[in-house]
Design a protein around this ligand. Structure first.
Ligand code: LER
Ligand code: MN
Length: 270
């Protein structure tokens, strides 16, 4: 089990990015804590100095398993399901602009909140059609560069589109691209799934990435989720990927990141 943790490359409103900004300091810190990789939350790849990122991650011996894209929604309002066609186009182009950097680092592109919500006055079936079209276009553009996209089912309090793994699997059928799969997040699963382990088994080889946070969105071990059982179920699917910490920096970033790695490595030793 390779472990990574979320770092936003810039200050962000999103609260569950454990580390934000101060790229060099935070990358060195994450490496010292013992993580194998860093999941970068990037609002716009244009704002990232690729040479610097390449140098720092090489020096810190950190992989980049995934790139989060939700800040384009959180900070700029871009989404695949906005009634304004220009906003939808900008969202699609933004996701496509992550493909070169994802290809370079071997990272999965996360489709989180950039999918949007069903906005007032929009027919939900129309929103789903826009979503399927956008995902089809982005997945096709990513194939030649060997990049995969992972849609994250997100709880009902954050979006009205794709809350559960069952809805995620239906969407995968509709998009019909081999490089399009799911990102499962234990925090959202705890709210939406009747049985977290059963849902993990059902998603099987369609799991492209995995987020861990406890029931309260604190670090694993700070709430009441059974991570031993969850991670053993994940391993039993043959999942070869990363387990990535995306939790609130509580009581502070340092303590949460340290406790997470202690608790997850302890599970791993069984
Ligand atoms: C992002 O990975 C996530 O889990 C969402 O809660 C974003 O708001
Ligand atoms: Mn997540």
């Amino acid at each position: 089990m390779r472990l990574s943790i979320v770092l936003s490359t810039q200050p962000a409103k999103f609260q569950a990015a454990t580390f934000k900004g101060r790229l060099e300091t935070n990358l060195r810190h994450i490496a010292v804590l013992g993580y194998d990789g860093v999941e970068l939350a990037i609002r716009d790849p244009k704002l990232v100095d690729l040479n610097k990122l390449e140098r720092l991650t090489r020096e810190c011996k950190l992989s980049i398993p995934a790139i989060g894209t939700g800040q384009a929604w959180g900070e700029e309002g871009l989404s695949f399901t906005d009634p304004d066609p220009l906003v939808r186009r900008l969202a699609i182009e933004r996701i496509k602009s992550h493909i070169p950097i994802a290809s370079h680092f071997g990272a999965v592109i996360i489709i989180g909140l950039i999918r949007g919500i069903v906005k007032p006055g929009v027919d939900p079936a129309q929103a789903m059609d826009w979503l399927v079209e956008a995902l089809g276009e982005c997945s096709s553009a990513a194939i030649p560069q060997g990049v995969r996209l992972a849609l994250e089912p997100i709880n009902r309090f954050e979006t009205t589109l794709i809350n559960s793994t069952a809805q995620g699997l239906d969407l995968i059928e509709r998009v019909g691209a081999d490089n399009f799969g799911l990102l499962l997040d234990t925090f959202h699963m705890n709210i939406e799934e009747p049985d977290i382990q059963a849902s993990i088994r059902q998603c099987g080889t369609r799991i492209f990435h995995f987020h861990v946070a406890d029931s309260n969105r604190w670090y694993p071990g700070a709430g009441h989720l059974d991570f031993m059982s969850i991670l053993m179920t994940l391993a039993a699917t043959g999942y070869p990927g990363w387990v990535s910490g995306e939790f609130l920096p509580k009581p502070d970033a340092e303590t949460s990141a340290r406790q997470a790695i202690v608790n997850l490595r302890q599970i791993q030793s069984f």
